[in-house]
Design a protein. Structure first.
Length: 606
């Protein structure tokens, strides 16, 4: 069973040396609260909670799963006690306003904490994680009364939140939503319908659950233009902030899933349940994207988390397991065989895991700074700045979610492969990581949906390719700054080539789409993966640049750490970045290769 150790040296390397979080915090209105001592205390406290409370429940939670009994859901043994400790530690309110009981620290610290929690126990992280999106939605779009009613309990963690989008007949295509919202004379609404795949939709961890629900008013326009958003509590809040009568929201069942079995995924039935409009009528989808963007970044973290945990599980085994001799000669002559870590193919898998975990972490931590700036602009009422950072994060989000979850799943599979046949055996814990990781490429929008969002909406429709040009210009500026660094020359050359190619591919697809509309769909996933490999290359180059600078200055104390950074960057550029070329060749092929076979000719019965 893998034991989790928070990678605090790498976390601090990124925060303090690569992205200069101390300077970043000084630019934020609430940044003075995130002084170095406070940040260190948070990192150490989160690591202790994750290593000693959450990680030991990961495998037992998977073994036991959640139980369903006539509408009630019970989480596995130890989860309620762990959640109570989570509340007592004030972890849920880390990045929320003091007026609601929070600590008003930057959002990035909450994301960094979430990565640790998710790596230690992703199923547990799902419960407070869904509440974050609920809080963000109420904070941005709720009325003052709604904020005062719900935020203090959500911030404290005594109430939790959900996101209720999917219905039996529709998932991504939310224009098909059928849940009804009938207006009442008192300004409330009766919500009726069924929602499925609702993570943390029912459980025993909190005294109340606040559902954020998409539904239609009777006179709503068809399609996505006619969707509104509602707050529907499990128990009605009382005037004094307590718990009132039960709202007719019932759990019909929970799903029997491949992975994250300790996280309850519920079918919820709304039977004229009382709900309250949040945001504007028929503009619920706009408000819901606040929730969705939060959830998508959270899911991107899942890719990093599973890569990290699988690496931590595979590395000790690779050092201990003896099998055959290394091809280059005996490495441990006093033993019957060499440890498998001396075999090049095993190293390929371990280095792939490490490159994905540490490269993905750097991508997340940079995005977290954008989230800080966006939140700061929102709180200040600076609409122009908010839109600027929202657009930047909007470009990142589908790449982070789509690319990192695909890579995280690959890393999880490598960890299982390192164990050989033992990896397939449940007791070792490696196959659980694969099962848990598999959902990450599916929920909050599949990889294909993320790809369409990136290429179709963000790159072609919204910006006409300018967003890629702007981002590659940033990378090329970095290349110019480091072109004379002897450690960086190969990275700079490859980055320059991939940036140029990124722009050419974007233009080529844009021109092809004028005659071949299906090219956008047929090229989208390859375009997303190419973008992900290019983006991760940039972040590995940034880490290598800092590491080489430290070595040049004679940093002997941690020379091994910095040398390892450069070696892993070398591996990424040698072995992983070249994959982008396969995606480049595939994406520009005409769509007819996918569309020429008629639907009726797809058959298994010949």
């Amino acid at each position: 069973m893998p034991t989790y150790k928070a990678p605090l040296r790498d976390v601090r390397f990124l925060m303090n040396e690569v992205f200069d979080y101390p300077a970043h915090f000084k630019t934020l209105s609430n940044g003075e609260l995130a002084d170095p001592d406070t940040v260190d205390m948070i990192l150490d406290g989160a690591a202790d909670f994750c290593e000693n409370v959450l990680a030991p429940l990961n495998q037992s939670g998977d073994d036991e799963g959640c139980t369903f009994d006539n509408g009630d859901v019970k989480t596995p043994k130890g989860f309620k006690e762990a959640y109570d400790q989570f509340i007592q530690g004030g972890w849920q309110g880390l990045s929320y306003p003091e007026e609601f009981g929070g600590q008003n620290l930057p959002q990035s610290l909450n994301l960094i904490k979430a990565e640790m929690m998710g790596t230690a126990n992703w199923s547990f992280q799902m419960y407070p994680g869904l509440s974050i999106g609920c809080m963000n939605t109420i904070l941005q779009f709720g009325t003052e009364e709604q904020k005062n009613t719900y935020m203090p309990h959500l911030v404290a963690g005594t109430w939790s939140g959900t996101m209720c989008l999917t219905e039996p007949q529709c998932g991504t295509d939310l224009g098909q939503v059928k849940t009804k919202a009938e207006p009442n004379a008192d300004g409330s609404y009766n919500i009726s319908g069924t929602k499925i795949f609702i993570s943390a939709g029912e459980h025993d961890l909190t005294e109340n659950i606040i559902h954020i629900v998409l539904a239609r008013l009777p006179d709503a326009p068809a399609g996505t233009r006619g969707i509104s958003l509602f707050i529907v509590p499990k128990f009605m809040p009382t005037a004094d902030g307590g718990i009132g009568e039960r709202n007719p929201v019932t759990c019909g069942s929970i799903e029997h899933k491949m992975g994250i079995r300790a996280s309850a995924t519920a079918v919820l039935n709304f039977e004229e349940a009382t709900g309250y409009l949040i945001g504007e009528v028929n503009k619920g989808l706009h408000a819901m994207f606040t929730f969705m963007n939060t959830a998508r970044i959270g899911t991107a973290i899942q890719g990093v988390s599973h890569a990290e945990l699988s690496f931590q599980g595979a590395l000790p085994y690779a050092k201990d397991r003896m099998s055959m001799r290394a091809l280059s000669g005996k490495k441990e002559p006093e033993k019957v065989a060499d440890a498998i870590i001396h075999h090049a193919d095993v190293r390929r898998m371990l280095l792939t895991q490490k490159a994905i975990a540490e490269g993905g972490r750097s991508m997340i931590y940079y995005a977290a700074q954008l989230a800080d700036k966006m939140t700061d602009a929102l709180m200040a009422g600076d609409d122009a700045k908010y839109e600027e950072y929202d657009d930047k994060l909007g470009f990142y989000t589908p790449i982070l979610k789509g690319f990192l979850t695909e890579m995280g799943l690959e890393a999880a599979n490598h960890g299982m492969q390192v164990y050989g046949g033992h990896g397939y055996i449940k007791e070792w814990g490696m196959e659980q990581i694969v099962r848990d990781a598999r959902i990450s490429t599916l929920y909050e929008g599949t990889t294909g949906i993320q790809a369409l969002d990136l290429l179709g909406r963000k790159v072609l429709l919204s910006s006409k390719g300018k967003v890629v040009a702007s981002y590659t210009t940033e990378i090329l500026k970095f290349c110019g700054q480091h072109a004379r660094n002897k450690y960086m020359r190969r990275f700079i050359w490859d980055l320059t080539k991939v940036c140029t190619q990124w722009g050419i591919l974007t233009t080529r697809i844009m021109l092809t789409a004028r005659k071949d509309r299906d090219i956008v769909s047929s090229a989208a996933v390859d375009y997303l993966m190419f973008s992900g490999y290019a983006m991760m290359a940039y972040f590995w180059a940034q880490q290598a640049a800092v590491a080489s600078e430290k070595l040049e200055k004679g940093g002997k104390e941690e020379a091994d750490f910095y040398k390892a950074k450069i070696k892993v960057a070398d591996f990424y550029f040698d072995r992983l970045l070249p994959r982008a070329q396969g995606h480049a060749e595939a994406m520009v092929n005409p769509s007819r290769g996918l569309t020429s076979l008629k639907a009726e000719h797809f058959s298994f019965d010949y």
